[in-house]
Design a binder for this molecule. Structure first.
Ligand code: SF4
Ligand code: SF4
Length: 382
């Protein structure tokens, strides 16, 4: 056993020791709810992690249960004594890790991802769906490509730098365009940072080496951005981006939190639409409140909030890219909520969730980032 595995086994043991086995996290765990199996629960996985550090043969037994964990963090958020489950998961996966998975390699190279998505878009749908990246090559565009034009202003109020993450340029340009339109209308100077991965997915997969390299590259980018507020698109990266921005000494907000801070300057046109709001399980409480508050500013808008207790839609981690059948098993509760909402638009601030939902045959609604919807209704004079 090398020094690294000794220290990770100590980390795992000390975390597992904190768990009092109360089981209060179990109803919040999507994999436990799906299977009803203790080893697919946070409590069961913690015991498996300990076992795997003590008996090498148990590592094989633990492998599938740990691989199936979505790293969604619902167990941590609902643990009364704050057991740091994800730290134990990362340490266990780091011990068991053999090679980097293809989605991780791709996300670590956002420019390559952008190029691949653009080339694949030229292919017929049947062929795109057979590609390994098929789930990311969604069948419907993520939001409208046309947004109401707004005149640029001369004197700007503040500087913001938009971080679109590893997927924004490849998969959600409508959201980038929407932020530019809104910032311009509100007279904020906006810089678009190059596509870059925060390393969150790599960290949760136990690939700390790549995660640290990506984190360091992003820190350099944020420091080079100068005296600016970092605004980022994807709620799923919020925790990691805030952590990196903190090291770079830059304030960071999700785009919806930033927009909420501008609410005194925002005016929206009337809308008779009915929208279904999907709160990604990775969304913080303040993110949820921000988007609900913004949508309530649209006169006449009918807002249906999809079942907040439905848990993960299957998009957490990379499972929805590499094991679509299993990922789709998680989406059922969301589909029931969507069907009863009768909404023509689904709003989600997580690109993974948007892709997962847009690949469901029973969903006919247009799916977009809330900022795209809000930009399309903004009064030009705001
Ligand atoms: S991170 Fe999510 S899937 Fe994994 S054990 Fe916790 S609640 Fe379950
Ligand atoms: S992780 Fe927390 S909530 Fe879950 S069984 Fe252990 S102590 Fe209870």
């Amino acid at each position: 056993m090398n020094t690294r595995s000794v220290s990770s086994s100590n980390t795992i043991e000390s975390i597992v020791d904190q768990c009092v086995k109360c089981g209060l996290c179990l109803p919040h765990c999507p994999t436990y709810r799906l299977t009803g199996n203790e080893i697919e629960s946070p409590r069961g996985r913690l015991e498996l992690m300990r076992l795997a550090t003590q008996q090498p043969s148990a590592a094989l037994y633990a492998h599938d249960a740990l691989e199936h964990c979505l790293a969604c963090g619902q167990c941590e958020r609902n643990c009364p004594i704050n057991v740091p489950y994800l730290d134990a998961l990362v340490a266990s996966r780091q011990r068991a890790r053999t090679k980097q998975r293809w989605p991780h390699r791709l996300l670590a190279s956002p420019r390559l991802l952008t190029w691949l998505v653009a080339v694949a878009a030229l292919l017929p749908l049947w062929l795109r769906r057979r590609l390994p990246l098929g789930r990311a090559l969604t069948r419907r565009p993520l939001g409208p490509t046309r947004i109401a034009r707004m005149a640029p202003q001369a004197n700007t109020q503040s500087n913001i730098a938009l971080l679109s993450g590893c997927t924004g340029h490849a998969l959600d340009r409508a959201a980038i365009a929407a932020v530019i339109e809104i910032a311009t209308a509100l007279r904020h100077s906006i810089t678009i940072l190059p596509p870059q991965c925060c390393g969150s997915l790599h960290r949760h997969a136990g690939d700390l080496e790549t995660a640290t390299a990506l984190q360091s590259a992003m820190r350099n980018t944020l420091e080079a951005a100068g005296d600016t507020t970092i605004v980022h698109l994807n709620s799923g990266c919020d925790q990691q981006v805030r952590m990196i921005a903190g090291i770079a000494k830059r304030p960071a907000l999700t785009v919806l939190q930033w927009l909420t801070a501008q609410s005194a300057s925002l005016r929206f046109r009337q809308s008779a639409e009915r929208v279904a709001l999907h709160h990604p399980c990775t969304s913080s409480q303040s993110e949820r409140q921000a988007v609900e508050r913004l949508l309530r500013m649209v006169p006449g808008l009918d807002i249906r909030i999809l079942d907040q207790h439905a848990g993960c839609c299957g998009a957490a981690g990379d499972q929805f890219l590499r094991d679509t059948e299993r990922a789709d098993a998680f989406v059922t509760r969301w589909l029931a909520g969507y069907a009863s909402s009768n909404a023509s638009i689904i709003l989600s601030s997580n690109i993974g969730c948007s892709l997962q939902l847009s690949n469901q045959d029973t969903i006919s609604a247009t799916i977009m980032h809330p900022v795209v919807f809000l930009a399309s209704l903004m009064e030009p004079s705001a």
